[in-house]
Write a protein that binds this ligand. Sequence first.
Ligand code: ARG
Length: 515
Amino acid sequence: MNEKNIKFWLKRLGLGLVGILLITAINYYSTSSVKAQEVLRVGTEPAFPPFEMQAPDGKGFTGFDIDLFKAIGEEAGLEIQFQSMPFDGLIPALQSQNIDAAISGMTITAERVQTVDFARPYFQSGLAIAVRKESKNDIRGFDDLENKKVAVAIGTTGAQEAAKIPGVELSTFDNSALALQELSNGKVDAVVNDAPVTLYAIKVGNLNNIEVVGELLTEEYYGIAFPKGSPNVEIVNDALDELLKTDKYRAIYQKWFAGEPAKLPLVAPALQGEAAAFSIASMFPPLLNGALITIMLPPISIFFATSGGTLLATASISDFKPLGWLTRIYVDFFRGTPLLVQIFMIYFGLPSLLQGIGLDISFNRFSAAVTALSLNSAAYLAEIIRGGIQSIDQGQWEASQSMGMGWIQTMRHVIFPQAFRRMLPPLGNEFITMIKDTSLVAIIGFEELFRQGQLMVATTYRAFEIYAAVALIYLFLTFIASRIFSWLEKRLNPVRRASKKSSDRIASTQEQVAG
Ligand code: ARG
């Protein structure tokens, strides 16, 4: 690097620093002005009816928790602003003070009390087992779940409890609505979830093939959570006391549940348990397990995607027009819709569609993941392959044909080898994108690298360390992939290989001249 270069980069660095400072300042002033106006940012995971859910008109939220917090706000003179986020993101968001409180049917547990503060218990709940009606004679309680498939929601007490079942095969979903859907679709034998939520889902009727069996597994109390040391705990506690005294609590309760509310203790009884320990070293074995699954997905999917992409590309350049149109539709659809939506369509949607027409096909998670990644990637690969083939001069087709070569021969010996070299860089991009996209299949409970990280954060609340480790492992994987592709590119470049020596010589002469 010469002096000019250094100056250039120093300038860039300076500009970057100024930018960061500006953003921090804006952030600081905007959050402090929020505090001055007494707006409380309250996080909630709104797929937990009847406690929190999307309002029927799609604007805002509704449910027992939402009504209760609104009443608390009125009582305490606070303006409440609800923010939706994943359940396992609530405690990290409290820790980083991105929200001021969380209400989300969250059980007060010994582990959580280590990282956040809770107001006094506001609801008595417990875990229950749900099964499909046809299996209610086989599964009657916790002991019958041994070696069974059980779905749970990530980071919940249900997930913790279910993990204790010997030989259990757990599937972890982002919320309990998805877990219950999985049970209703017949892919697992049971769901361990908060009883009021499961009962509400059954009653409201969109899951009418499900039933709750046995007794409640636990007695739990929900609490509103705050960052450690937050002054709002007091304020909310006072408001809650007031609501409980004046029957306003009872009115909200009876809007959502039948009967009388249970008497609430001042402190949750669960607080005598012990919390899990965390160490940096303990985070690697599960992450590496996840990484093993992550590295299996791209090669298999790329194999199917390349085969599909080649067919599509050939079809798209064929003289038979309708084939071209069909491939266009395919490419536009899979390139123009989010992969995440495609994964949902394939895993949750397709089986019920097929069952609707009498075909009893259901995907396991691995094949659903491979199918989604392959179908999606085939669309991109089709374009890369088509582009590569069309980039070869038309004259070469004519020349080959005049030498008496047929279409297949020309393609195989003349066009494809050259086109392939041009395709390599975008193919490399596609492969790296695919490695990163595998993290999206976490959504169907697939325990690859990212989901393993999420699962760990859900019990240890060490979001930064764990996600940083996850990022490093992805970086390592993509780095290896990109090295392999550059090596391939060099290897397959005959021109460069042949002329390397002479070009080296030219370069060194040039340097001498310049120096
Ligand atoms: N009570 C359970 C827990 O604290 C589940 C809460 C889930 N809440 C939600 N909004 N998804 O672990």
